[in-house]
Design a protein around this ligand. Structure first.
Ligand SMILES: [Zn+2]
Length: 138
């Protein structure tokens, strides 16, 4: 089976995947395998080096990336291999890696501000509802 021209470990002769007996889960597994091979091929030119920034106390292991296209593939590889949960930002619709358990947006200034405004609006509406109930009781 080929995914974007990359062979993945599956023998499927019928191009109609559902009639070939593959479930959605099977297709996801094969697609991931194809994506992983595509990423591996695209980051093959990345090398590692030890780097010490001026003034830094510790040396860091850093990736040496030859060009922009490889850098983009490298970023995708880091994103795919990150064990932290991946979420979709409810404000801008972009995927992000959740760094804290209470993180609800991608972390951009615009999305954080929009989230704060929305929470404040809900909080104010809740207060107004509470006041209305209190007012009805009197
Ligand atoms: Zn966002």
């Amino acid at each position: 089976m080929l995914v974007d021209g990359n062979p993945v470990p599956a023998i499927v002769t019928d191009r109609n995947l559902s009639s070939a007996g593959l479930s959605d889960t099977d297709v996801c597994i094969f697609t991931r395998a194809g994506l992983h091979r595509l990423i591996e091929g695209s980051i093959a030119s990345v090398s590692l080096g030890v780097h010490q920034a001026p003034g830094a106390r510790r040396r860091r292991l850093s990736a040496r990336i030859p060009d922009l296209a490889t850098a983009i593939w490298f970023q995708l590889a880091l994103f795919v291999c990150d064990s932290r949960p991946t979420r979709i930002c409810p404000r801008c619709g972009m995927p992000y890696t959740q760094k804290r358990s209470d993180q609800t947006t991608c972390g951009s200034d615009a999305c954080c501000q929009a989230e704060r405004r929305a929470k404040k609006k809900v909080h104010n509406a809740t207060d107004a509802g509470y006041m209305a109930i209190q007012g009805d009781a009197d």
